[in-house]
Design a protein around this ligand. Structure first.
Ligand code: RP5
Length: 172
């Protein structure tokens, strides 16, 4: 699957918008897609560059909530303004993924995403931490009172138990 595809793999209406500044971010961002797919979360994936297509980016952020999305995961590298700009125009929670480029090892991306002004929150994961971004989105969806949330909570509890089992095997 490429970053341009809109395909959560389930055919259902997307609940998570997985966006990135460039196709070149996909090798990092793919891990978020995999995490969402593991929990059967329908998502859409697309390139929405803050600098190269600002009008489309703003329109994506402004329409995300009314289109039914519940969380946005946004990854970008370098002058990584995409997560913060989206957060400024949507009421949805935005999770930012700093994508490392060849220069500066992703520190520029991290600082661009994490240093948001008060009032415009972005939940920033680690450099290249796209898997955790996907898992955090699953947890956000599990925090409601609907059927999906209840079922996801069960799956997350099993998931944590598996992680603990692996950790104890490694420690043994
Ligand atoms: C950022 O510039 C993108 O998010 C990407 O990480 C970086 C490089 O983009 P390309 O030049 O590879 O398209 O906006």
């Amino acid at each position: 699957m490429s970053a341009n595809a809109t395909d959560g793999g389930t055919g259902a209406k997307p609940l998570v918008g997985l966006v990135m500044g460039s196709d070149s971010d996909w090798p990092v961002m793919e891990a978020a897609a995999e995490a969402l797919a593991e929990f059967g979360i329908p998502f859409e994936a697309d390139v929405v560059s803050a600098h190269r297509m600002p009008t489309e980016m703003i329109s994506y952020g402004q329409s995300a909530h009314e289109r039914g999305l519940r969380v946005i995961i946004a990854g970008a590298g370098g002058a990584a303004h995409l997560p913060g700009m989206l957060a400024s125009v949507t009421p949805l929670p935005v999770i930012g993924v700093p994508v490392p480029l060849k220069t500066l090892d992703g520190m520029d991306s991290l600082l661009s995403i994490v240093q948001m002004p008060a009032g415009v929150p972005v939940a920033t994961v680690s450099i290249a931490g796209a898997r955790n971004a996907g898992l955090l989105a699953v947890r956000m969806l599990a925090s409601g009172t609907d059927e999906l949330a209840a079922s996801l909570r069960g799956e997350l509890i099993e998931f944590a138990a598996d992680l603990n089992a692996v950790a104890s095997r490694k420690g043994a």
